[in-house]
Every structure is written in structure tokens, then in C-alpha cells.
Design a protein around this ligand. Structure first.
Ligand SMILES: [Zn+2]
Length: 431
């Protein structure tokens, strides 16, 4: 009996040593020497910093950090190092081309292949985390993409998936089809307090990390040509029910809104962010600041409308008017104390060009440092992942990027990201 116990203790000890040895072997230590460092916290670039990464975590960051003997050294001493960027409004399941064709003619499997390419391009552009705000008719395929990325099947950013999003009957695309045509919609259609509760529960059941709603939209067949007008959709009671269901499982609600009236319904119901907010007035921004609701302006999405060579003259005119108003709205928002502006591109194509949004933010008057924070620390807060990502600090996940020049002097440097590390693994290094 005694002998048997000694023997089993020996076996346990052997396996313990083996596991420790294997862990030591697989946990690589990397030392990154930084020329300049934007750590996501300090109000300036820091000099002479070294970051030590062990496995997927940052273990040390500072000056005069001793480099462990076994460490692999990555020399970025001529570069500016930053936390991995975070885009809080993406659509991996959309690509350039006709929206209705994607929903009505492309099968979800085809769109998933596209999405995996979009995810890689987004990651290689330095965006190590995204909040993907709905699949636009591709059902729960974003959950599959998220899981495939997390399991190492395909490369891509860390991802929060919102699945299908919610809209009301007659309140989401595609518009203008005959009542006889059985339709596929870009959002899950739900009406009434009990209807939206059920839909929210369903999305949570199938893996949503965040719920997205359309609190206003263009609505109605006769308005099919005007995509930039917003009419209210969900009532306050419906919106509150959605937020209540989401809050039960600790997830947040993002509201697409163009107008102040609809945005205020969302804010008062407890939504965490307003997406786009093209026409928001000062009172709405003040309410957002007071309630801690984030604004995700997504200006590049509308500016891209001006670059579309296939746009009709009417569509072009509409884009011109809207982008001018959006700019004025952004400048109004910059003057509101305490308003949290989180970076989001809303790219529906040209994935990987997300950082153009930063250029627009700075061109419209935001300080470059504030713009960088909106795409790192502020965005991490919005996602609720502030303890994991958004800054370069001890114990955070090793999501680290680098550019050649000084992004505070030239924000377009972020459009030429040369080094990307996600989760402690180098994804790209073209230095
Ligand atoms: Zn969007």
C-alpha cells in the first residue's frame, strides 16, 4: 500500500516537472526596444523604453529594464511603438460592391471566406481588436469568425461579435422590394417589448458579445433613395427591454442613430454608445457626457461615399451635404467637456484602411494624442476590456504595433503600420 502511494507520488512529481518544463519552453520571452513609446496612458511620447513580453503578456515596461538572457530582442529603437489599435465599429461581413447583392445573391459561406480575408487585412493594418457591429444578413457567422480567430484557425483581430443587430418592421435594409418577395434583412426584425426581448435573448444564446440596435433609420418604400435621413424606430420601452436583457448577462448595447431625438431615446434607455450620430446637437452630446455614453463618429464611412466612382449625382450631392454636417457635428462634440469619443471606422470595404479615420479626426480639429487615445485606451473602455488591452502596461495582453515616424506630428503614420504583435506573437514586421 505504502509503496503504491510512493510510486504514484513519484509519477505525479514527474508529470508536474514535465508540465513546468514544457511551459517554460513554450513561453517565449521577447524584449522590445522602443525609440519612442505612446503607452496609451501618458500625455506624451516616452523615450528609452523597453517592453518585456512573456508568452502573451507584457511583464515589464520602463527605462533601464534588464533584458533576460533568454530573451529574443526586437529592435524598434528607430520607431514609435504604440498599443495595438482598436476599431469599435467594423463590418467584417461586408465588402465593396452592391449591398443588396451581398445579402440576396452571395451565400453566407462565400461571405465568410471574404470576412476571413478582411480580418487578416485589418490585423495587418495594426488593428489588433475590433467590435464588429453586425453581419448584415450573414446571421451568426461573426461568432464563427471570432472563434476561428481565437482558436488560431485564421489570423485576425480580437473580436467582439454583435451577430445580427435589431431593427423594426419597415426600419431596416433592403428597402423597396415588393411585398410578395420573401426577404432577407440586414438586421433581425423584432417589434414590441416581448418581441425584442426574445430577439435579444436569441442573439445572446448564439454568442453575441454586444447587442446593436437601429434606433433610427430611413424607413419606408418612398424614401428608398435617401439613405441619410433618420426616422425613429424602437420606443423607449422596447429599447429599455433590450438593454435589460443585455445587462443581465453583462453585455452592452450600441445604438445606430443619426438624429438627436432617437439618440436620446437610446441614451435614456441605457445604451452604451451612439454610432454615427451625424446630426447630434449640443444638448444630446451633453446628455451623453453626463451619462457616460460614448460617441463613435465613423466619419470615413461617409467620406468614402464621395470617392465612389459609381455614385449617382443625387447620391453624391447627398454625401456632400451629409459629410459637411458630420464635420460640423464633430467640431461641436470636441467642445463638450467629458464627452467620450471612441474610434470607429464603419468600413464596409477597403478593410485595412481604418486608420484614415484618425487622419479625418485630426484634420477636423482633434489633437493627435486624443485621437490616438480614442483608438486605444478609450476604445478599450467602451469594449469593457480596459484591464486587458488599450495601453502598454504590466500584465496587459501584448498587443503592440510600431510605425516609422512620429504619429503626433503626422497622424497618417498610422496608415503605414510596419510592426504588429498580437497576443505576444509577431504578425508582421517590415522594418
Ligand atoms: Zn456600421
Amino acid at each position: 500500500m505504502m509503496l503504491a502511494r510512493q510510486k504514484s507520488c513519484g509519477i505525479i512529481l514527474f508529470y508536474f516537472i514535465l508540465v513546468v518544463a514544457l511551459a517554460a519552453q513554450t513561453t517565449e520571452t521577447i524584449a522590445i526596444k522602443c525609440g519612442k513609446l505612446f503607452d496609451g496612458k501618458n500625455e506624451r511620447l516616452l523615450d528609452n523604453q523597453t517592453i518585456i513580453v512573456q508568452g502573451n503578456r507584457i511583464t515589464t515596461v520602463g527605462t533601464n529594464v534588464p533584458i533576460p538572457a533568454n530573451a529574443k530582442v526586437i529592435d524598434l529603437s528607430k520607431a514609435t511603438v504604440l498599443p495595438g489599435l482598436i476599431d469599435t465599429h467594423t463590418h467584417m461581413y461586408l465588402h465593396d460592391g452592391d449591398y443588396n447583392d451581398q445579402l440576396l445573391k452571395e451565400q453566407i459561406a462565400y461571405r465568410a471566406i471574404y470576412a476571413s480575408v478582411n480580418a487578416r487585412q485589418t490585423l495587418e493594418a495594426g488593428f489588433t481588436t475590433i467590435r464588429d457591429l453586425e453581419t448584415e444578413g450573414a446571421m451568426y457567422a461573426d461568432v464563427a469568425l471570432r472563434d476561428a480567430i481565437n482558436n488560431g484557425v485564421v489570423p485576425g483581430p480580437r473580436m467582439q461579435a454583435s451577430t445580427r443587430s435589431l431593427g423594426i418592421t419597415g426600419g431596416y435594409s433592403p428597402y423597396g422590394f415588393s411585398p410578395e418577395v420573401p426577404m432577407v434583412y440586414g438586421a433581425q426584425i423584432a417589434d414590441g417589448v416581448e418581441g425584442v426581448r426574445l430577439a435579444t435573448r436569441e442573439q445572446i444564446k448564439y454568442g453575441a458579445d454586444v447587442i446593436k440596435i437601429y434606433i433610427d433609420h430611413r424607413r419606408g418604400r418612398s424614401l428608398a433613395g435617401d439613405s441619410l435621413t433618420g426616422f425613429p424606430t424602437f420606443t423607449l420601452e422596447e429599447t429599455k427591454a433590450i438593454v435589460e436583457e443585455a445587462t443581465k448577462v453583462g453585455i452592452k448595447v450600441a445604438a445606430h442613430a443619426y438624429t438627436s431625438v432617437a439618440a436620446q431615446t437610446a441614451i435614456n434607455a441605457g445604451c452604451t454608445s451612439i454610432e454615427h450620430g451625424l446630426y447630434l446637437d449640443e444638448a444630446t452630446f451633453r446628455l451623453m457626457a453626463q451619462k457616460g455614453c460614448y460617441w463613435v463618429p465613423t466619419m470615413i464611412a461617409y467620406l468614402r461615399g464621395l470617392e465612389n466612382p459609381n455614385a449617382t449625382p443625387t447620391a453624391r450631392k447627398m454625401s456632400e451635404g451629409t459629410t459637411q454636417r458630420h464635420k460640423a457635428t464633430f467640431q461641436r462634440a470636441l467642445k463638450i467637456p467629458g464627452l467620450k469619443i471612441a474610434f470607429g471606422s464603419d468600413l464596409t470595404g477597403a478593410h485595412g484602411t481604418n486608420a484614415r479615420e484618425l487622419e479625418v479626426m485630426v484634420r477636423y480639429g482633434m489633437a493627435a494624442l486624443a485621437a490616438l487615445k480614442s483608438a486605444t485606451a478609450v476604445a478599450a473602455d467602451l469594449l469593457g476590456w480596459q484591464n486587458q488591452i488599450g495601453s502598454i502596461e504590466t500584465n496587459k495582453l501584448a498587443d503592440i504595433i510600431a510605425v516609422s515616424g512620429n504619429p503626433l506630428a503626422d497622424i497618417t503614420e498610422l496608415q503605414r503600420v510596419k510592426f504588429v504583435m498580437k497576443d505576444g506573437k509577431v504578425v508582421k514586421n517590415t522594418f
